[in-house]
Design a protein around this ligand. Structure first.
Ligand SMILES: [Zn+2]
Length: 101
């Protein structure tokens, strides 16, 4: 007999759906239903096929981010002039610093 208010509700027939291949599984779980991105039916490890796992458009998101960043960088470069070379020679050692002053 499990202690009360300690154990989460157990669903002995929770429905798990795979978003990639649509296969459903019935398992025991603490949530009544759940969606997974990949399962044993469609994972490349089990299928032996090389596929790009991109169920949520993550690659597209990344490419978009990258192009936006590149555009921003280019704009910033065009706007700000190249930083002037540091003309003043900095003392590299304490001796040089003391000789300067
Ligand atoms: Zn699947």
């Amino acid at each position: 007999m499990p202690k009360e208010n300690l154990h989460p509700t157990y669903y002995p027939e929770a429905k798990i759906t795979c978003a990639s291949c649509g296969k459903t599984y019935v398992i025991g779980s603490t949530v009544p239903e759940m969606t997974v991105e990949v399962c044993a039916n469609c994972h490349p490890f089990f299928t032996g096929k090389e596929v790009l796992m991109d169920t949520e458009g993550r690659v597209e998101k990344f490419e978009k981010k990258r192009s936006t960043a590149a555009a921003k960088q280019a704009a910033a470069k065009a706007k700000a002039p190249a930083p002037a070379e540091e003309t003043q020679k900095r003392p590299r050692t304490l001796k040089e610093l003391l000789e300067q002053s």
